[in-house]
Design a protein around this ligand. Structure first.
Ligand SMILES: NC(=O)c1ccc[n+]([C@@H]2O[C@H](COP(=O)([O-])OP(=O)(O)OC[C@H]3O[C@@H](n4cnc5c(N)ncnc54)[C@H](OP(=O)(O)O)[C@@H]3O)[C@@H](O)[C@H]2O)c1
Length: 286
């Protein structure tokens, strides 16, 4: 049994925290909106007043928050986790963030005598709740080996991708491909609906064909049913596309398809769909 702290109890963090409790770890939780911690506290988690309080006494600290800004504030803010982290602890940053911020955070973590793994995930709300995520890890392989049990409680697997920042980079590559697929699927659904084709039959061809990725299969169903209960917030896909485009620029690769997809997502945010599931990206096109 480990002393684990989890910072960020949104769609993903809440499920991950539940799995850590299921595995019998001693868990401290913190969330900016503390009411979201109630179900976990009822199951035995300790509600920390600040990220610093959560990290105090923990040997593994996991963060699962929205973006670079939120991550900076939970780790480096005045009551941030690095102010409380015990020497030798392992910090795991699982949010989808920029490799540049991960590099900065790794340095700050080392100065606090702890060590950072970047470990963003694939999988969504249901996989988080069921312990079926896949962790994409950057950082020291020997450090990863010391926390395999913690990852094991939350996942179906771990892929070690290389030094610090590698997990963050692969996650951005993965998500810009998903974002491009979701944006083109939205256009396809709108086109099929406007044409008067039999929608189910036409989409069945897409789902079973060469383009029938997990995104196309899963998201097209939610688009058709207008089921926008959040699995992945639309505005977060906009964030991921923005980060991927910037990282592509840094590497000298212009992500033209991601830029076009970002335009489709921004239009949906402008029309008030940012807080809904990303499947609602189809709405402005309907
Ligand atoms: N959902 C998915 O399918 C999925 C899949 C893979 C990766 N991800 C990534 O995982 C991360 C979390 O996603 P999610 O779906 O759980 O998002 P979410 O439901 O929107 O939750 C976001 C979390 O970040 C916190 N937060 C936001 N801004 C903050 C700030 N300035 N300071 C402190 N805390 C802040 C929120 O606190 P409040 O409760 O107070 O708002 C909440 O705990 C994101 O980086 C996302 O891109 C998501």
């Amino acid at each position: 049994m480990r002393a684990v702290a989890l910072l960020g109890l949104g769609t993903m963090g809440a499920g991950m925290a539940g799995r850590l409790l299921d595995a019998g770890h001693s868990l401290s939780v913190w969330n900016r909106t503390s009411a979201r911690a109630e179900p976990l506290v009822a199951r035995g988690a300790r509600l920390a007043a600040t990220p610093r309080d959560a990290a105090t006494g923990a040997d593994v600290i996991v963060s699962m928050v929205a973006d670079d800004k939120a991550s900076r504030s939970v780790w480096l803010g005045p009551d941030g986790a690095l102010a409380g982290v015990p020497p030798g602890a392992i910090a795991i940053e699982s949010s989808t963030l920029t490799p540049g911020w991960i590099r900065e955070l790794a340095e700050a973590t080392a100065k606090a005598f702890a060590v950072l793994l970047d470990a963003p995930v694939t999988g969504s709300r249901i996989q988080a709740a069921e312990g079926q995520l896949l962790f994409l890890v950057g950082g020291d392989a020997a450090v990863l080996d010391r926390v395999r049990d913690v990852f094991g409680a939350m996942s179906r697997g771990v892929v070690h991708l290389g030094p610090s920042g590698s997990g963050a980079l692969v996650k951005l590559v993965n998500n810009f491909v998903c974002g491009v697929q979701a944006a083109s699927l939205a256009e396809a659904v709108a086109m099929i609906e406007r044409s008067g084709l039999d929608r189910e039959r036409a989409l069945g061809v897409l789902q079973d064909g060469a383009g029938g990725s997990l995104v196309v299969k899963g998201v097209s169903k939610r688009m058709v049913e207008r089921d926008y209960v959040v699995n992945f917030k639309l505005e977060l896909m906009g964030k991921d596309l923005t980060y991927a485009i910037a990282e592509g620029e840094r590497l000298g690769v212009t992500l033209e398809t991601a830029t076009a997809a970002l335009g489709v997502f921004r239009r949906a945010v402008a029309q008030g769909h940012g807080e809904k599931d990303m499947a609602s990206v189809v709405e402005p096109l309907r």
